[in-house]
Design a protein around this ligand. Structure first.
Ligand code: AQP
Length: 343
């Protein structure tokens, strides 16, 4: 039987990239998959502190992230919804995996380097960067592997920015199985969301990211229609007149908005471009994108605001989800302890 698992970090407001790259796919999977599959989706709060956060901000983000995934349509009756920190087996397994993972494989990961740059402006190519980088930032791909493996997950739906970390997870699972002469951990498959990576509206050279300080770089699921319209109007495109066409190299901003349309409608990029033949200028194009996003987020924005008026209800959902997750995780960690002689 399949176990489908994914987490999202409570590092700020959930944006269109997170929605298309994660939440919407989670919802669709949990509604369509065959009987007997387990769905475990949650909030990666332990990952959120790899970059410093004030305590009150983290607390707020943890609630907002839960409200966002529920408002995005996840049904806690169909899947386990929980906070990672409620299941201490994640960190125990993470330590066992840390002891079999090489520094070289961590050093090859690219994401921690760009995150390290957010706190330290020295070049990532200088040896000195390791002097100041916090160990958590370097090691979080191991915790991510533990998150996935503690449930013996078989499938992990993510956006394509996570491909490298999933590859590392498979390597770690293989190393564990080989080291302890077992087949205990299934080798999890990446379920790439059909939508392409969504880029920053202000700088299509980088991805749309929760922790980007420029609020205009993201459309948040909580944005009011007039705010969405303003952000899309201001989105960086180009001065090429006439027909809209897809060319991520030459027209990264326009191509990013085409990816947004394709992600929201589920229509291929090629067909989306054909369907846009009626568009005469950038204004018409941007108005069309705005309308699609506004419609997509209309109900979820209302539900999100409503959910945040009753925090004890959110606590209750997370508590129930955490208990269910812990039941699976504690049975699996018992087996792991036996395998490594820690029982
Ligand atoms: N721009 C994106 N386009 C498509 N998918 C994306 N995801 C994130 N950004 C995009 C997908 O969202 C899921 C959860 O991501 P995460 O919160 O665990 O971490 P992240 O990828 O680091 O997301 P952010 O928004 O960039 O957060 P910060 O700024 O905190 O680093 C993943 O499945 C990811 O693929």
């Amino acid at each position: 039987n399949s176990t489908i698992f994914s987490l999202i970090q409570p590092t700020g407001n959930i944006h269109l990239g997170n929605y298309l790259g994660a939440i919407r796919g989670w919802k669709e999977l949990s509604e369509t998959e065959s009987q007997g599959s387990k769905f475990i989706f949650g909030i990666a709060d332990l990952h959120a502190i790899t970059l410093p956060k004030e305590a009150h901000k983290l607390k707020q983000f943890r609630y907002e992230a839960i409200a966002s995934i529920l408002a995005g349509g996840l049904n806690p009756d169909k899947c386990i919804v929980f906070h990672q920190s409620a299941v201490p087996e994640h960190t125990e397994l993470s330590w066992y995996l840390t002891c079999i993972t090489s520094m070289g494989s961590l050093n090859r990961m690219t994401q921690w380097k760009s995150k390290a740059q957010q706190t330290d402006s020295s070049s990532i190519y200088e040896d000195s960067v390791l002097e100041s980088t916090k160990a958590g930032l370097l090691c979080y791909p191991i915790l991510q592997a533990a998150d996935i493996l503690i449930y013996r997950s078989t499938h992990v739906p993510v956006g394509d920015d996570q491909t490298q970390h999933l590859e590392l997870t498979r390597g770690i699972a293989n190393t564990f199985n080989h080291t302890y002469n077992t087949k205990f951990f299934p080798i999890p498959k990446t379920l790439l969301t059909p939508s392409k990576k969504i880029l920053s509206l202000r700088n299509p050279g980088k991805k749309m990211s929760k922790s980007d300080p420029d609020q205009n770089s993201c459309v948040y699921v909580t944005d009011e229609p007039d705010v969405i319209a303003k952000k899309i109007r201001k989105a960086t495109t180009d001065s090429i007149q006439g027909r809209i066409y897809y060319d991520p190299e030459e027209r990264p901003g326009v191509s990013n908005l085409i990816n947004v349309i394709s992600g929201l409608t589920g229509v291929t990029v090629e067909q989306t471009v054909k369907d846009l033949e009626w568009v005469k200028d950038h204004k018409q194009f941007k108005d069309f994108v705005t309308e699609l996003i506004v419609n997509e987020f209309k109900d979820s924005r209302e539900l999100y605001n409503h959910l945040l008026t009753d925090l004890s209800h959110l606590d209750q959902i997370c508590k129930e989800g955490g208990n269910k997750a812990r039941e699976i995780a504690s049975a699996n960690i018992t087996e792991v302890r036996k395998l490594i002689g820690m029982d």
